[in-house]
Design a protein around this ligand. Structure first.
Ligand code: GAL
Length: 685
């Protein structure tokens, strides 16, 4: 039987499941590099990201390219059968460049130009930077574009991490150019949309328009939002330019850039996802996060959503401690494997670490790696070898997908930017918290979900709206939205979809201007109510609901329209006696933020009412059960991930690919371990 999507796959010759790490041979001598590939092979490494920050290694002085080190590394890896995900090194401009062109360095909002000396030291709008980035990319692509070891390309590294925005003069000029296009060269239109009449800050000439630099007091929120859009577009333009150079010289090899989907908020990854051949993500768990297992599931679900449900790649995670976290807490034995297999369960076709060999010097020497300082006989390397072996047994799973869930959770980056600007009614009301809380409740209740973009107003084939498969669309937080997107949500509900809208949604348009009429302007007809007053709660305060639920952060004084049912009321707090959960047909509105225990009662009930088939992808008892299947469902694999300290019993029939054991009816998954059961069949294979 063939693997699910082998033919014509965008993955080309990328080994799947991919297993490996960032590899930084420039930090090591020749003997060590030889040892590296030997140990990589023993550990089952089949793919490394090479050269991520190696610009000064390959171009030590302007135009003086020296590929000898990289050539040697590529050949060494190739001879050992390890494929290369070759990086353009443009996240780390060399010092010769930054010192020759200080105007390429980023400037902060208060006008400080940052000094060279670390990575990400560039302004994405700098033509000088872009020109040199294009040159080094071209030289790399020409040299290695058809090298058999190079199976994919890794452009830059985590765009907008560390230099998300730049306030320099070059940025100001580029910002103005973009605005002149956006506003049809009409300064009055810009003044109107930004509401500059407030405090008499009306522009009378385009030259007065600058990025939102530190000033005496607040600036127009719409200026911030356009600036965020601008910054994101500039980074994306940098990516596109390099990608197109690579594509021209290296046809048939997928090009990616590593996202930080659950950690960074400055990239509208729905847009970025359309630009990459393979969605790849970096994920660093907070070692002290009490909800680590749920957080893993959130990151993986989000990345799968960005990938439109197709397989994706975990480009980086850690084998153990992470040096930039406050405490470098080690993963417990088995945790690295469990985390890796959780990502695979949720649609990844491979997992790589940062990094292969733990640095002996520099800022990241206390970051874990596959090969620790201690060398060959260390717990982490032993586990990495076992994991390599386990991953290699999942070859048939590659290319399969997680069937669409019946529940979708909506994430809109621009609405998040708008809600998290200063001068909102409550700094506790963040979008990220709401999404994670709802996702965690679903995960705990054992309800799988997909994370989706807001439905596109026009038919935008590239966005990933809730599809027909999604019977229940959850919208925990959507402060800003256009009237057109609101209509798209209406269309979803009219077509029979069930919708749950969280508080303080539909309030402003994409310029942060309050929609006309009573709240929630853009969604008023859809939810069938008006909000008389928004009532933020004091820090740590909670409100009771008459079904026993608890809300926090927020309450609203709501007046239902005729025909809108009040499902439950506040028992105390500033809106005591008033509606807290309302329902109009298949649309619900919440006037507070229910806590997780409350959502745990509410969400399963609403899911059942929406006719969502139980498709477990998480479990309150700490045992996740997730299915991946081939295109026509002829083959399927059940991942059972046991996050608990005791053996779990999971219904499954088939062969556990990791242990080789045949199971009929129920499989016992030991504490902290994972089983991957190829379902079906009648006897041992
Ligand atoms: C990532 C980055 C890597 C490495 C890692 C350490 O954000 O891409 O280069 O620095 O963090 O956790």
């Amino acid at each position: 039987m063939s693997r699910p999507d082998r033919q014509h796959s965008v993955w080309g010759r990328v080994p799947r499941p991919a297993y490996g790490a960032d590899y930084n041979p420039e930090q090591w001598d020749a003997a060590t590099r030889k040892d590296d590939v030997r140990l990589m092979r023993e550990a089952g490494v089949n793919l490394v990201s090479l050269g991520v920050f190696a610009w000064s290694w390959i171009e030590p002085r302007r135009d003086a390219f020296d590929f000898s080190g990289l050539d040697e590394a590529v050949e060494l890896l190739h001879a050992s059968g390890i494929a290369v995900d070759l990086a353009t090194p443009t996240a780390a401009p060399p010092l010769w460049f930054s010192h020759a062109h200080p105007e390429s360095l980023p400037v902060t909002a208060d006008g400080r130009r940052l000094a060279p000396g670390s990575r990400q030291a560039y302004c994405p709008s700098s033509p000088l930077y872009r020109e040199r980035a294009a040159t080094v990319t071209r030289r790399l692509a020409e040299r290695y574009g058809d090298h058999p070891a190079v199976v994919m390309w890794h452009v830059n590294n985590e765009y907008a991490n560390g230099n998300a925005h730049c306030w320099c003069e070059t940025s100001a000029t580029a910002f103005r150019t973009l605005l002149r296009t956006t506003y049809g060269d009409d300064l009055d239109a810009l003044n109107h949309r930004w509401g500059t009449g407030v405090w008499g800050m009306t522009y009378s000439d385009w030259s007065q328009v600058t990025p939102p630099r530190t000033s005496t007091s607040r600036l127009p929120p719409a200026l911030w939002l356009d600036f965020y859009r601008f910054s994101d577009a500039e980074h994306l333009a940098c990516f596109r330019a390099e990608r197109d150079i690579v594509r021209a010289h290296s046809p048939g090899r997928p090009v990616t850039t590593n996202f930080m989907a659950s950690a960074l908020r400055w990239s509208d990854y729905w847009r970025w996802a359309r630009e990459v051949d393979i969605v790849s993500n970096d994920h660093y768990l907070g070692s002290e996060d009490p909800h680590r297992a749920a957080e893993l599931a959130f990151a993986a679900d989000l990345t799968r959503g960005l990938a439109g449900g197709r397989p994706w790649l975990l480009m980086e995670h850690s084998t153990s401690g992470v040096q930039w976290q406050p405490r470098n807490i080690a993963k417990v034995p088995g945790e690295m494997a469990r985390n890796t297999l959780t990502h695979l369960a949720r649609g990844a076709d491979g997992a790589l670490f940062f990094q292969w060999r733990q640095s002996a010097y520099g800022p990241e020497k206390w970051h874990s790696a596959m090969l620790p300082h201690g060398g060959e006989d260390t717990r982490v390397l032993r586990e990495a070898r076992d994991l390599g072996n386990a991953v290699s047994r999942l070859a048939d799973v590659a290319g399969s997908t997680c069937p669409p869930a019946t529940i979708a959770l909506l994430l809109d980056y621009e609405a998040m930017w708008a809600l998290e600007l200063p001068d909102r009614p409550s700094s506790d009301l963040t979008c990220g918290d709401a999404l994670r809380t709802w996702h965690r409740a679903l995960w705990t209740a054992g309800l799988g979900c997909d994370i989706v973009a807001a439905p596109a107003p026009a038919l935008d084939p590239a966005s990933a709206p809730a599809s027909g498969a999604h019977r229940l669309l959850l919208v925990p937080s959507l402060y800003a939205l256009s009237a057109a997107t609101a209509r798209a949500l209406e269309a979803y509900a009219e077509s029979g979809g069930h919708l749950v809208v969280g508080p303080f949604s539909g309030v402003v348009d994409p310029d942060d201007r309050v929609h006309p009429g009573p709240y929630p302007g853009a969604l008023r007809d859809l939810v069938g109510l008006t909000v008389d007053e928004y009532l933020p709660l004091a820090a740590g305060a909670a409100v009771g609901l008459d079904d026993g639920s608890t809300g926090n952060v927020w309450a609203e004084r709501v007046v239902p329209d005729a025909g809108t049912e009040v499902e439950c009321r506040f028992t105390d707090g500033p809106a005591a006696g008033g509606p807290a959960v309302l329902r109009r047909g298949n649309v619900r509105y919440l006037a507070t933020r229910p806590d997780v225990p409350s959502l745990l009662r509410l969400l399963p009930r609403w899911a059942a009412q929406a006719g969502c088939a139980p498709a477990p992808r998480g479990s309150g008892d700490g045992v996740e059960v997730i299915r991946r299947s081939g295109p026509s469902g002829e083959r399927s694999w059940l991942f059972a991930v046991n996050h608990t300290p005791s053996t779990a019993h999971v219904a499954a029939t088939g062969t556990d690919l990791l242990s080789g054991a045949r199971t009929t009816g129920v499989i016992a998954v030991p504490a902290g371990e994972v089983a991957v059961v190829e379902e079906g069949g009648t006897g041992p294979r």
